[in-house]
Unconditional design. Structure first.
Length: 233
């Protein structure tokens, strides 16, 4: 329905500018009662399910769908409210004398971390850097309880988003450090992959030449050096 209204509006006003059309689409979305109802449905479902440990999988799936809802429609206000809501649930479980949800259970903790990484990804895409920083703290709080280390892929995402956050915060020192950690992770993964592969025609290349031939590593190396040089002493 919104798409039809936007097309009719653009035809009536004789507007073909994509930015103007997108602005009108967003304006109509925020006025749409159905979308407001959908947000309230997500919020109410999360409140009902927060203390039901046996339905934790449904709780997490609802949370991730709510995150995607905010991301797809660029609803930044609802996203902030969602983050605060999910954060308050974790804080409640930490302080509760009765453990309806056991955050020390590895499976439960893993599901909470998955949702937090979805939040971090969404906050970055929405360019809500203060919220992204709060989510980083949320992840750190959960990792304190974890007996298992993060997977290399999650560590990579963690440092990648941290680098973006500190770039926006205009902190070149920590930005450069995050890029360096990201480079080390990528380099380690590259060397492990090289060890697993059989010798090829390019085996005569030196490790430095092979490293330079890898676009991701070469780009990260340049970014790390430039970030370090840009950081004031």
């Amino acid at each position: 329905r919104i798409a039809t209204e936007v097309q009719a509006w653009a035809a009536e006003k004789k507007i073909d500018n994509a930015a103007e059309i997108d602005k009108e689409r967003k304006r109509l979305q925020f006025q749409d009662q159905a979308l407001k109802y959908q947000w309230e449905a997500y919020r109410a479902t999360l409140e009902v399910l927060r203390n039901v440990g046996k339905l934790d999988k449904l709780y997490q799936e609802t949370g991730r769908r709510a995150i995607q809802f905010c991301l797809d429609l660029e609803r930044t206000s609802e996203f902030r409210r969602l983050c605060e809501l999910l954060r308050s649930h974790v804080e409640f479980h930490r302080k509760a004398s009765t453990k309806w949800v056991d955050l020390d259970d590895s499976t439960t903790l893993e599901s909470y971390l998955t949702t937090r990484f979805s939040m971090l990804e969404a906050a970055s895409k929405l360019e809500l850097w203060q919220e992204a920083w709060r989510v980083v703290y949320d992840i750190r709080g959960l990792l304190v309880r974890s007996r298992e280390p993060l997977s290399p892929e999650r560590v990579r995402v963690f440092y990648e988003k941290l680098a973006d956050i500190f770039w926006m915060f205009e902190d070149p020192h920590i930005h450069a450090f995050c890029l360096f950690e990201l480079y080390k992770l990528t380099f380690s993964a590259y060397m492990e992959a090289q060890e697993d592969e059989p010798e090829s025609k390019e085996s005569s290349l030196t490790s430095t030449q092979q490293l330079t031939a890898t676009p991701t590593l070469a780009l990260l190396a340049r970014q790390t050096v430039l970030a370090a040089l840009a950081a004031p002493l």
